[in-house]
Ligand binder design. Structure first.
Ligand SMILES: [Zn+2]
Length: 175
């Protein structure tokens, strides 16, 4: 009897593992990154009014997962099919989530560097960006935040915030 129970337990445990693996695969499929051409990548996104809405909180978590899966250092909501003003960035201190971000200052000093985009697989090109910027946004708790960024961090922010305005790197390739 004990032996039978042991077998049943083993089957249940492996069933549970299989379900978990299936669920994580389903999640991956659901978070498919949208590639160009697609209208949603060209639309100006909507401001998020209720930051604390569980759907928004979940979207942010989903985007962090999708960003890891795509091996990108940044992701904007339209890239997973949501026309909302939300970006995630994985730069140095772990994932940063910004809602309704706006760039309030662009330095005159610019730099060119090669960029790629999860929505433009295989396309890379030189893009000129301001070296320093200032950003206003909200965090996931709804707090208003503002900060300065420079170099690569400023570049990633400009790239992702461009997505919120329907702008892609192919619009900005120089040469
Ligand atoms: Zn991009």
């Amino acid at each position: 009897m004990l032996f039978v129970w042991f077998i049943v337990s083993c089957i249940l445990v492996s069933f549970n593992t299989v379900t978990r693996i299936l669920n994580s695969n389903i999640l991956k499929i659901m978070l498919k990154i949208i590639t160009h051409p697609n209208d949603i990548l060209r639309k100006k996104t909507q401001e998020i009014e209720n930051v604390l809405d569980p759907k928004i909180q979940q979207l942010a978590q989903d985007m962090i997962k999708a960003m890891g899966k795509g091996k990108g250092i940044g992701l904007a909501a339209p890239q997973i099919g949501k026309s909302l003003s939300l970006i995630t960035i994985d730069f140095q201190d772990g994932p940063l989530v910004l809602l309704n971000p706006r760039i309030t200052y662009f330095s005159k000093k610019k730099e060119g560097a090669e960029e790629g985009c999860l929505s433009l697989p295989g396309k890379f090109g030189q893009v000129e960006r301001s070296y320093k910027i200032r950003v206003k946004a909200q965090d996931l708790k709804g707090n208003k935040i503002k900060f300065k960024a420079e170099g690569l961090f400023a570049r990633v922010l400009q790239h992702e915030i461009d997505h919120l305005n329907g702008i892609l790197i192919i619009d900005k390739f120089i040469q």
